[in-house]
Design a protein around this ligand. Structure first.
Ligand code: NAD
Length: 482
């Protein structure tokens, strides 16, 4: 696979960028360069914001279209992007190491799924309701589109996370500048192709690449940008929150996690292990919501350690594009270095590696790390507190349910979590006590019809569900005479 682009998609056209720099995209499985795209700069970001601004401010344009007109356009984009779904999955897997069996189920389908969902929602949701005033006459309460959105996305689920923002923003009547991660830019160019084919008005969707934080920072500070929607690391999220705070610019932040998988003492481990894999190691551990701290009851501790050790050591590690691969490489050399540093730290802090911990001996290229299980982990240990973002799990012992909940909540993060039990009512009761934005009982299947997001250092605000529209709308009350 070799992809070459020398233009950026801005204002409905493929334009020559102001920047002459390029980004070289590398395969995580082979370490070979697989593509080259322009590395946008501040001038390119300015052009993208100007195009989005023109599209938003047009009095007969996108933001003033009826919900039905916008819904029709979203459906056209869904149809257009459907054609690229296979190619999107391949590009994502090639870039970030996501096993293709997973990219086909997520990256390939989530864009169109979310477009269709929000198209339906905006058709059915009144944007103006008239209420009797509590004082005099009637008040019209309107939900108006917020404006130009800067959507800044990470590399781990690049298309899904783009559409967590793009689909509700478009449905609400906003226009968007997307800043993809430099590690996963190639799939964003397929999105641009689909936008062009769907015949959306010029400037409604613009894509500007960039290296590091330069373009993202410029977009955040740009006076033409009305809202920032960010998914990424907690460190970057804090910086962006500070900047948006000073600017009084609305911001949604979906950040890191260190979620707990609470295994209750009545669990049927044998039945649970298949969904346990998806809930703890999805996408080579590069998933924000997975349960990377396994809380095991004292009386079944050894059994849990054995089950996880057996599961992890049986996983097939290999090229992300091989359909049989269960664990691919991690996304970058830097990411692997960080994971290996955590593994070394875990050992030095006294935890016991029961399987993994090294690079696979039979893979001499690609950024692979063996699926690694640590037992006897103290929840205060670095590997239990910091997000590792790789195939590394920590098993922590607890005495009773209260202690399990206390350990689960003893984290700066609060994004996801799981509870494993033979009794779903007991699972729900424990899930209610976990401080997190989303908790699954006997599995974790993200529901795009329900709000998703984090508490504590995992973020601010929610995406998905009907609630996912709200960050892209602002409320206006119009007082009408009697
Ligand atoms: P990152 O924070 O390094 O980068 C994310 C994006 O933000 C990239 O496009 C990057 O170029 C840009 N960026 C980075 N710093 C910036 C700054 N100061 N100002 C403006 N833009 C900036 O994150 P990453 O390494 O690409 O992704 C992994 C992280 O994302 C993990 O911490 C993971 O947990 C988190 N994540 C969270 C969710 C969620 O929904 N909560 C989902 C996926 C990933």
């Amino acid at each position: 696979m070799w992809c070459f682009y020398d233009r950026l998609f801005i204002g409905g056209e493929w334009v020559r960028p102001a920047s002459t720099d390029t980004l070289q995209v590398v395969s995580a499985s082979t370490e070979e360069v697989i593509g080259s795209v322009p590395k946008g700069n501040e001038a390119d970001a300015d052009a993208a914001v100007a195009a989005a601004r023109r599209a938003f401010d047009d009095p007969t344009g996108w933001s003033n279209w009826s919900p039905d007109q916008r819904a029709d356009a979203l459906l056209r984009l869904a149809t257009a992007i459907d054609k690229y779904s296979g190619a999107i999955a391949i590009r994502v897997s090639s870039q970030n190491g996501m096993p293709s069996s997973i990219s086909k189920q997520t990256e390939a389908v989530m864009p169109a799924t979310l477009l269709r969902y929000y198209a339906g929602l905006i058709r059915d949701t009144a944007v103006e309701v008239h209420r009797p005033s509590l004082v005099y006459g009637t008040t019209a309460v309107r939900k108006e589109p917020l404006g130009v959105v800067a959507a800044i996305v990470p590399w781990n689920f690049p298309q899904s996370l783009t559409f967590f923002k793009l689909a509700p923003a478009l449905a609400a009547g906003c226009t968007v500048v997307i800043k993809p991660s430099s590690e996963t830019v190639l799939d964003a160019f397929l999105l641009a192709d689909a936008v062009e084919e769907a015949d959306l008005p010029a400037g409604v969707i613009n894509i500007v690449t960039g290296g590091g934080r330069t373009v993202g920072t410029h977009l955040i500070h740009h006076p033409g940008v009305d809202k920032v929607a960010f998914t990424g690391s907690t460190d970057a999220g804090r910086t962006i929150a500070e900047q948006c705070g000073r600017l009084l610019k609305p911001v949604t932040l979906e950040l890191g996690g260190k979620s707990a998988g609470i295994i209750l003492d009545d669990v049927d481990l044998h039945r649970s292990m298949k969904s346990m894999f998806a809930s703890t190691l999805l996408n080579n551990g590069q998933t924000c919501f997975i349960s990377t701290r396994i809380l095991a009851p004292d009386n079944r501790y050894d059994e849990v350690v054995d089950a996880f050790t057996a599961m992890a050591s049986a996983l097939r590690v290999g090229d992300a594009l091989d359909p049989k691969t269960q664990i691919g490489p991690v996304a970058t050399a830097h990411q692997r270095h960080n994971i290996e540093a955590h593994i070394a730290q875990g050992k030095s802090e006294g935890a016991r590696v029961t399987t993994g911990g090294r690079r696979p001996a039979d893979l001499d290229r690609g950024w692979f790390v063996e699926p690694t299980i640590f037992a006897d982990v103290d929840n205060k240990a670095t590997i239990a507190q910091e997000e590792i973002f790789g195939p590394v799990l920590s098993i922590i012992r607890y005495r009773d349910e209260d202690e399990a909940v206390r350990i689960a909540n003893d984290s700066v993060y609060g994004l996801g979590g799981t509870v494993w039990t033979a009794d779903p009512d007991r699972g729900l009761a424990v899930a209610r006590r976990v401080q997190a934005g989303a908790v699954g009982v006997n599995g974790f299947t993200l529901d795009h019809g329900a709000p998703f997001g984090g508490v504590k250092s995992s973020g601010l605000g929610r995406e998905l569900g009907p609630e996912g529209l709200h960050p892209y709308q602002q409320l206006k009350s119009v007082y009408l005479p009697a």
